[in-house]
Structure formats: C-alpha cells, structure tokens
Design a binder for this molecule. Sequence first.
Ligand SMILES: NC(=O)c1ccc[n+]([C@@H]2O[C@H](COP(=O)([O-])OP(=O)(O)OC[C@H]3O[C@@H](n4cnc5c(N)ncnc54)[C@H](OP(=O)(O)O)[C@@H]3O)[C@@H](O)[C@H]2O)c1
Length: 308
Amino acid sequence: MKGVSYNSFGGSEVLQYGDLPEPKLSQNTVIVRMKATAINPADIALQAGSGESLMETWFPVVPGWDIAGIVERVGAGVVEFHPGDEVIAYMHQEILHSGTYAELVSVPVERLWRKPKNVSWGEAAGLPLAGLTAYRAVSDALRVSGSDIVLVLGASGGVGSLATQLAVMSGATVIGSASALNQTYVKSIGAEPVLHGDGVAEHIRKLAPGGVTAIVDCAGQGALAKAAAAAAPGARICSIADGGPGVTTVFARPDTGVLARLVDLVEAGSLRITVAASFALADAAIAQDALKARTCGPGKIVLVPEVP
Ligand SMILES: NC(=O)c1ccc[n+]([C@@H]2O[C@H](COP(=O)([O-])OP(=O)(O)OC[C@H]3O[C@@H](n4cnc5c(N)ncnc54)[C@H](OP(=O)(O)O)[C@@H]3O)[C@@H](O)[C@H]2O)c1
C-alpha cells in the first residue's frame, strides 16, 4: 500500500511518499481503507520532535490521527463493524509509529464510530480530533451556557470553528477572533468576528463592554495574553494550546460517546465541518506547509488517497 512516513525528525521535507507494509489485523482491530485523513498541527509538532520527552517514537513514523474511511476487514473479536461500513476515528496513539497518512490503517475498534451520512469524506475526517477537542473545551471544561458571552480565539481554525458552533448552540453570545481573510466565515458560523493580534482586547470590549464570561483559546501563540484584558471578573478560561495561571488546559481524548454526539449534530445540520483544502496523499508535505501558512481559508486541510 502507499503511504507517507518519516525516518527522522524535521519539517515537511522529511516526509516520504511510497510503499509501506500493510497493517496487521489483530483480534480487536479493524482495517480501514482511508478515504480522507485530516492534517493537524500536532502532526507537524510531533514530526519536529516536540513529543520526544512524552512518548516513544518508532521510526519510520506514519503521521496522522484522524481518519474517515471504509471498513475492509475486521479482527476475530469485532462484532460491532463489518466490511463496507463507513467509519471515522480519532487514532491517538501512545507510541508515535502507525498513523493515518496511509491507504490502509489498523484502528482499535473502541476508537471507531460511524461516519456522518450527510458529509463528504474530507469533512468527516475533519471531525474527530478537532470535534473532540472543541467539545472538551466548550462543554466539559467551561460548561458554556446561554448566559455566557464567550470569546473563541482562533474561531476560523479546525478546532475553533467547531468550538464556536458548539458555544453558539448552547445559546451563548459568541465573539470569535480570526485574520482578515476569515472574518466573513466567523460571522457565517454565528459569532461576532474580531481581528486577532494587537488591539484585540479593545475590539472585544467594544462588543462586550462588561467583558466576556468565558474564553476558549484555540489559537495559542500568545493570543490569550493579548485578549486577557477583555475578560470579565471571574471569567472561565481554557486553552487547547497555551497555559498559565487560571487557565484550564484541555487535551483531546478519544471518546466515542462524544464522537457519537458530534456525529448526530452534524447529521442534524447543527454542526458544520469546513474543509479549507484537499490534497493528494502524495502531496502531504505541501499540505502540511499549507496548514502552517494558513492561507487556504478557514477550517481543516485534508489528504485523500487519490488526486482530488
Ligand atoms: N490540546 C489539544 O488536544 C489540541 C487539539 C487540537 C489542536 N491543538 C492545538 O490548538 C491549536 C489550533 O489547532 P487547529 O487544528 O484548530 O489549528 P488551525 O486549524 O491551524 O487554526 C489555527 C487558528 O489560530 C488562528 N491564529 C493563527 N495565528 C494566530 C495568531 N498569531 N494570533 C491569533 N490567532 C492566530 C487562526 O486564524 P486565521 O487562520 O484566521 O489567521 C486559526 O483560527 C494548535 O496549536 C494545535 O496544536 C491542541
């Protein structure tokens, strides 16, 4: 099978597209034929070696943690899924070795859920990691409700766009930061857009003179510090990309119960996954560079096995 792998840490230049051994099928795994996989900033960070102190790395590494695809074979212990089923998964692994940038992927059955029926493969691949993170931030960490004024930093990103929609769904008033390129998009998903960068706190105070009651930082890069002055006294603050005093750090966690809820929301038309661009698997390096540059527009960048 074809896939993308790297043999040493580095930037997108270490990625190699070529033949890889097919994954083995153990009792409680499912072989999924990948139809789309999403690129996440974590792929790029781990590839650069940032996870070395936290997790084992077994080279060659196939990057990627999001998959949407079709079940090809099931292990002897799997009764929940059958060949032909359309599925998605967040494939986080404790050892960096066998990810989703490949035509065939072995997925533990407890990570799988059915694909939302009403979206493309690319959109489906953009849901698991980003959706699980957004849900943990908005619903679990901050418990956003209709009485909140919520600031989502990075509202145009893969996670931020879903966090924004979840906060809007809860009835909260939502303000979302993004670049000039993505202001219209942020408005389209139900938030009042503000430009990120210097002066962001003043922009937000104009929209919420009493301050925001909750902040979801989906941007990192110091965005929280720049916006901190817009927080009302006692505001709840969480970040998926930064830390600090009074900030709850949130990490994605595989959870098919939450994934099921997200799939239901997508199928009900309440949650929209936006695909900024789609690249062929062979162009994974170009796709990673595009994610870093963030010039493709809002939402997720995805890879598909064939040329899109
Ligand atoms: N803790 C976890 O489990 C977890 C899970 C997923 C992601 N993350 C982390 O969360 C961050 C976002 O992930 P993502 O997948 O949503 O990334 P993404 O799709 O690339 O989105 C990045 C967002 O940040 C905004 N942004 C970029 N530069 C900025 C700056 N200098 N100041 C303010 N905002 C800026 C972007 O806005 P524009 O494009 O409009 O400029 C965009 O909205 C990454 O650092 C990622 O590693 C953590």
